[in-house]
Design a protein around this ligand. Structure first.
Ligand code: ZN
Length: 282
């Protein structure tokens, strides 16, 4: 079982990662749990150059060179691994997450660097979401982010239309969520079109899904109430943590909410799962 750090304090986390070397060691074992393996020829031995900031591994057979962070979101970054791991830890804290302001204070980097680190982490979560379509019995519902109450058919400029979908288990509990920001053709009308629904279905739902129940009318009594609870939670979390988000970046924050929910519902630890995705290991 992978060790979970999500419920630790920052001080406790730093006890596990006191130095840059401890971070290198952790990431080496995450990347190569059974020891080094050449990505080109699978040879198990490498020469290690340790004179650089990060170790460089040269395959003992084909001489292919790979650094610890090659192919990961940390590749080419001048920020220390300890700061990266702290950022990943802060993102994976239960029910919290972090902001660029908080991160820049904690790891002592500029706001811009902190924002870029978080953006790379969130883009990783977003890409991982794209690669995992929902399957099984699925329900889909329309929802709105951004304005708590607007009972008209006109879309307020601060209202953002969403489609929320969930896989359900045999007890009708949600086991996996996706929430996607839908940009309507007509920005003034609160309506999700047939083609938006088809695109959503094609991109987010596995063709092997055996039932799909879609209710997208905003004013129909058939709306699936259980899903609305999750959009409310997502909105609350985005507003509490980030003090609201505009249309441009809304999607990656919705994906981050779903990422937390989906791992928690399967009792999977957030921090190592996030590391795995950042290393593109799963
Ligand atoms: Zn090799």
């Amino acid at each position: 079982m992978l060790m979970d750090f999500s419920s630790m304090s920052l001080e406790q986390f730093h006890v596990h990662f006191p130095t840059e070397f401890a971070c290198v060691d952790y990431l080496f074992h995450t990347r190569w749990p059974a020891g080094f393996q050449c990505p080109r020829c699978s040879h198990p031995q490498a020469y290690v150059t340790t004179t650089r900031r990060l170790p460089l591994y040269e395959c003992g057979h084909c001489h292919f060179q790979i650094s610890l962070t090659s192919g990961t979101i940390m590749e080419g970054s001048r920020t220390e691994l300890r700061k990266w791991l702290t950022a990943l830890f802060l993102v994976s804290r239960k029910d919290k997450g972090t902001t660029a302001v908080e991160l820049s204070n904690i790891i002592q980097v500029t706001y811009k660097t902190a924002w870029l680190i978080l953006h790379k982490i969130r883009s990783t979560i977003h890409n991982s979401d794209i690669l995992t379509p929902l399957t099984g019995a699925i329900c889909v519902n329309s929802a709105v982010y951004g304005r708590p109450y607007n009972p008209t058919v006109n879309k307020h400029p601060k209202e953002h239309l969403l489609l929320i979908a969930s896989s359900l288990n045999e007890d009708d509990d949600s086991t996996s969520l996706k929430i996607k920001h839908i940009i309507p053709t007509n920005p003034k009308v609160k309506h999700i079109s047939r083609s938006d629904i088809i695109t959503f279905q094609n991109e987010q739902i596995d063709i092997a899904a055996y039932s799909i129940d879609i209710v997208t009318g905003f004013y129909t009594p058939k709306r699936l109430r259980p899903l609305l609870k999750f959009t409310k939670q997502a909105s609350q979390w985005i507003n509490d943590t980030f003090h609201g988000i505009g249309a441009k970046h809304l999607q990656i924050y919705l994906d981050e909410f779903c990422f937390r929910f989906n791992l928690s519902s399967r009792n999977l630890p957030l921090f190592p799962c996030l590391i795995e995705r950042c290393f593109r290991l799963s």
